[in-house]
Design a protein around this ligand. Structure first.
Ligand code: UDP
Length: 401
């Protein structure tokens, strides 16, 4: 019998996302593979999501991400309205075998509150688990709601109550890993790249300082707060500094950006991003935080670029020290490792990505967790209401009935 999963992507962005959108990208990568494995997928997202699924349910016609710039008291109803739509779906139908939820905090709280009215739930923790201590520290999923992390190190530091609900971790994947070892090998340039949001945790200031001390060419790629291009940040004026990432860039990183040895190129996307990463000698991760999942790490490996970084967060799980990258706990040694990485074999990185980081590997792992979550949810679900006159979430969105 085939499994039907309600995949709750939330109200913020369409799936696949129009640009930036880490969680929506994971869902867009996971769903086709699950369907290939015979899973029926009901996607709870916004109305203009285009990912092929068996059914789309939505409350909002389009992504509500822009509203997150507004004060909390004006936006706090958005995720709740979406979840209320999901709850209505779950109350009125009994074909859903499991909910795979990706909505930060609100998804977990709401689906937990449904108790036996909901099918078993797997809630994926995509973020830093030091957040939401009150919610995570007191969680009681009643045996029906379970969580998974995106790395073992992320879960290891989680509050005990959250760990008690864990069924394990699933590493992130990238479509770039598919047949990565069969793609022609691009020539390597002389640059090192740091790919990611410019942010103190990602440590671009450290990378830039080391580039000057050790003498390597460094390209910083990624947005600074809401600014995707250097000219947009330059035009924004003083007001932009209210954003902490802008302040970090201006005060800690920009002094090293000389346009020659160290460059900031803004956000890169698509082919441009892949080429920049594939032709880099090294992808550098000068981390100052416990990186939870590391999409850019698995992308680098898939494109045949060894990873050099601080050995914290998920890096030691994703990178085989001495084979696909070099890791150290010492910020100063990191500079020397960038030079030492020239002995590493790009093909070894690509083979590792094919073996560990394809969407198919991720989907099989999730399928195993779905089975585990369903087995652990010992008590049967209360039957759905099934009122014919009931207004569904989809009706509310003005879609065809
Ligand atoms: N990214 C991108 N262009 C950039 C900078 C980052 O496409 O200029 C992408 C990167 O390839 C990765 C994602 O943004 O897919 C960042 O995910 P990651 O898990 O590395 O970091 P997060 O931002 O989620 O902490």
């Amino acid at each position: 019998m085939s499994l039907t999963v309600l995949m709750n992507a939330g109200p913020w962005l369409s799936v696949p996302p129009p640009g930036y959108g880490g969680i929506e990208n994971v869902i867009a990568t996971l769903v086709p593979e699950l369907r290939r494995l015979g899973v029926r997928v009901v996607l709870a997202s916004v109305g203009d999501s285009t990912l092929p699924v068996d059914e789309l349910v939505s409350v909002f016609p389009e992504g509500q991400f822009a509203s997150l710039q507004r004060p909390y008291n004006q936006v706090c109803g958005v995720a709740q309205a979406h979840l209320a739509g999901v709850v209505r779906e779950l109350h009125t139908r009994d074909d859903i075998d499991l909910v795979h939820d990706h909505v930060e905090a609100v998804g977990l709280a709401t689906l937990t509150a449904m108790g036996a009215d909901a099918p078993p739930v797997l809630h994926t923790l995509h973020w830093d688990l030091a957040k939401h201590p009150a919610l995570y520290g007191t969680l009681d999923g009643g045996g029906r709601v379970r969580v998974n992390g995106v790395s073992a190190s992320q879960l290891a530091r989680a509050p005990q109550a959250l760990r008690d609900h864990s069924v394990g971790h699933v590493h992130l994947s990238t479509p770039l890993a598919v047949d990565a070892d069969r793609r022609p090998r691009p020539g390597k340039g002389d640059h090192v790249v740091v790919l990611g949001r410019i942010n103190p945790g990602k440590g671009q200031d450290l990378g830039a300082r080391l580039a000057h001390r050790v003498g390597f060419r460094l390209v910083l790629a990624g947005p600074v707060g809401p600014y995707h291009r250097p000219e947009d940040l330059a035009a924004a004026g003083e007001e932009a500094r209210q954003n902490p990432d802008v302040r970090f860039f201006v005060e800690e990183v920009a002094p090293y950006v000389d346009g020659d040895l160290v460059r900031w190129v803004g956000t890169v996307a698509g082919r441009e991003r892949d080429d920049l990463l594939a032709t880099a000698r090294v992808a550098l991760f000068p981390l100052r935080w416990e990186e939870p999942g590391g999409t850019a790490v698995v992308e680098s490996l898939a494109l045949g670029t060894p990873v050099v970084g601080i050995a914290r967060g998920c890096l030691p799980e994703l990178v085989a020290h001495g084979r696909t990258g070099l890791l150290t706990a010492d910020e100063e040694e990191l500079g020397e490792l960038v030079l030492a990485a020239s002995v590493l074999d790009p093909d070894e990185c690509r083979r590792e990505a094919v073996a560990r980081f394809t969407p198919a590997v991720m989907a099989e792992r999730y399928l195993t967790l779905y089975e585990r979550v369903r087995k652990l949810a010992a008590t049967p679900r209360r039957p759905a209401w099934r009122e014919e006159s009931h207004l569904t979430a989809f009706d509310m969105a003005g879609g065809p009935s």
